[in-house]
Write a protein that binds this ligand. Structure first.
Ligand code: AGP
Length: 607
């Protein structure tokens, strides 16, 4: 996934392009570049973070210009280096462009273009696009872009400029996000809102199959077929601060601390007088009753949220729930039909594998409801219903508030189904709802002890390998804790169902391993204590997450982090917070790049 920005107006373009790129670094940051027009196309690009591009422009200044495009890259085709960085230009040097997405048929197009004399510099799929536009260019940039994109297979969001037309910036999208910012005598394109929020709050979410011509004083939008489109201009509500760190050292820590408010908002918005209000579900009770089975698809952290969802939906609704990682689901010819409800969970709503899984399920007749955080995302638009988590922008690559918001949404969804299928008693439902309302306060209590967690985490940051164990509804919690740690500290960490230890993993245990055990009050608590004893007898170091008031756990574990008591079914919402913090503080102690871990990007929009 990459980040693109474009500007046309009356201000100097470069500061706007660089400032916006910095707010898109979470989308990818292995190389970056800018392109402007000053009589001709001038490009500066380099590998590494955006600071390197800023330094390059300092030492190799570009002349003034009021039009430009820029790009921060997460490599898909071609190594992360200067040659492969965007923008890419044609051989005439008149046309340059930036691209977010993946062109699946680029090799064949490249061969055709090379046979016509086009010389390629890079290994990227993107460079094919600018040579294709050049091939069709007869002094009409829009026409050339339209003809070129018709030849492309795959996903793209483009920003294109041409030295012959310094008054025009052309953009187009399919399969990758692209917004247009409407300013006063200036207009913008960007992959995501934070990049241009300081300049305008008036946003057009360009739709798949649309392209646009941006001039400084107007924007014309068309379909790929050339039909004019009347744009819908949205007003963005969240503040610039929402995308700043607000005094925290990292976006991730800020987002961990936002969780109480996020969940409080969700409860306030979606629990009215004990009734769940799933605005956006877009399915009637009758349609919900006709569902015979539910299938959940997601990736990474979203998948772990889905696993909690499986437990709780089956328990409260009695409907069978399948779950699969999107990248497997899409290729296994899944058994899905018109009686299936597909729940797609995705913070970004742009994850390529989850989008593909949804398309596969829709082709087989399933109804699709997505749990999304990014409004207007591709997944949201391709679903029959969308449950927005409204967690606000999540900038840290490691997902935290999006995860707990997804889990909360799945609890609310399960309660909704329970009220329809009458699988559990009113009394139990009421008990769950009343405890659910106390979760935000419980979060604050856990966060009040973050310094103790920090001290303990740092004291254990030397371990070269971690296991995370959980049982039943907290097995997904263990998986999520392991993913958090490995992705931001680069320490090998595996999550296991604790009952699996005897079937192999216990061979790993010695004094060099740390084992994090989710040992909250539950019907499997005693089994977890036995696991802890087996680990300790083999000199493994145990960090336990337990329920306040537990008088025995400290006899078994070296370190204990307590979470407030709640309904056993709700413990995943609480137990994950200490695991987020443990991962965070170990990563900081190891000097890792918490918000932008190596090799990762915030949303994987390519396969
Ligand atoms: C989360 O910490 C990871 N960075 C990653 O696993 C993420 O959850 C996954 O890529 C899914 O992203 P999505 O929710 O935007 O689809």
């Amino acid at each position: 996934m990459c980040g693109i920005i474009g500007y046309i107006g009356q201000q100097q373009a470069v500061p706007i392009l660089i400032g916006g790129l910095k707010k898109l670094e979470y989308r990818g940051y292995d190389s970056s570049g800018i392109g402007i027009i000053n009589g001709k196309i001038i490009v500066r690009k380099t590998n590494g973070k955006i600071q390197n591009l800023q330094d390059l422009i300092q030492t190799h200044p570009v002349p003034s210009s009021t039009i430009g495009i820029s790009h921060t890259r997460w490599a898909t085709h071609g190594a992360p280096n200067k040659i492969n960085a965007h923008p890419h230009s044609d051989n005439t040097g008149k046309i340059t462009l930036v691209h977010n997405g993946i062109i699946e048929n680029y090799e064949i197009l490249k061969k055709e273009l090379q046979s016509k004399g086009h010389k390629f510099e890079s290994e990227t799929d993107t460079e094919v696009i600018v040579h294709l536009i050049s091939e069709y260019y007869k002094n009409d940039l829009l026409d050339a872009v339209r003809k070129a994109i018709k030849k492309l297979k795959g996903a793209f969001a483009l920003g294109v400029i041409c030295a012959d037309h310094p008054e025009l910036l052309v953009t187009a999208r399919i399969g990758s996000p692209l917004i247009i910012g409407i300013g006063k005598n200036e207009n913008f394109i960007a992959s995501d809102v934070p990049a241009i929020l300081e300049h305008t709050r008036k946003i057009i979410y360009l739709k798949d199959g649309e392209l646009a011509c941006l001039y400084k004083d107007k924007v014309d939008i068309f379909t790929f077929e050339g039909k004019s489109v009347k744009p819908k201009i949205d007003e963005v509500t969240f503040s610039i601060e929402a995308v700043q760190k607000q005094g925290f050292d990292h976006f991730m820590l800020k987002e961990v601390h936002e969780q109480p408010d996020v969940l409080q908002k969700m409860i306030g918005f979606r629990l009215k007088k004990g009734e769940v209000v799933l605005e956006g579900l877009n399915l009637t009770e009758k349609q919900l009753q006709s569902i015979k089975n539910i299938t959940i698809v997601a990736c990474g952290t979203a998948y772990h949220a889905g696993m909690v969802g499986k437990y709780i939906i089956e328990h409260l609704s009695g409907r069978p729930v399948n779950i699969d990682v999107s990248s497997e689901f899409r290729y296994r010819d899944p058994i899905v039909d018109k009686h299936t409800l597909l729940l797609a969970i995705s913070q970004s709503g742009e994850t390529a594998d989850t989008l593909a899984a949804v398309r596969e399920a829709k082709n087989k007749g399933a109804k699709v409801v997505s749990v999304c955080n990014v409004i207007g995302s591709s997944l949201a638009r391709e679903s029959d219903g969308v449950l927005y988590t409204h967690a606000g922008p999540e900038i840290g690559v490691a997902s935290t508030k999006a995860y707990t918001a997804q889990v909360m949404m799945l609890y609310l969804f399960a309660i909704k189904l329970a009220s329809i299928y009458k699988k559990v008693s009113e009394k139990e439902l009421k008990a769950i709802i009343s405890k659910l309302k106390q979760i935000p306060q419980a979060y604050k209590q856990i966060l009040d002890h973050k310094e103790n967690i920090a001290t303990m985490a740092k004291a254990n940051s030397h371990f070269g390998c971690f296991l995370f164990l959980g049982r039943n509804i907290n097995y997904p919690t263990a998986l999520e804790g392991a993913l958090k740690l490995k992705e931001i500290s680069y320490i090998p960490a595996e999550g296991y169902a604790a009952g699996e230890m005897k079937h192999g993993p216990i061979a790993l245990i010695d004094e060099y391993r740390a084992v994090v055990c989710v040992a909250v009050q539950s019907e499997t608590y005693d089994k977890m204590v036995s696991n802890i004893q087996e680990i300790r007898s083999r000199k493994g170091k145990v960090i336990a997450v337990a329920t306040e008031g537990d008088q025995t756990i400290q006899d078994h574990a070296e370190h204990v982090v307590f979470v407030p008591k709640t309904h056993p079914l709700l413990t995943p919402l609480l137990a994950v917070i200490p695991l987020q913090l443990i991962a965070y503080y170990i990563s900081v102690q190891r000097g890792c790049d918490v918000d932008q871990p190596r090799n990762l990007a915030k949303s994987v929009t390519v396969e």
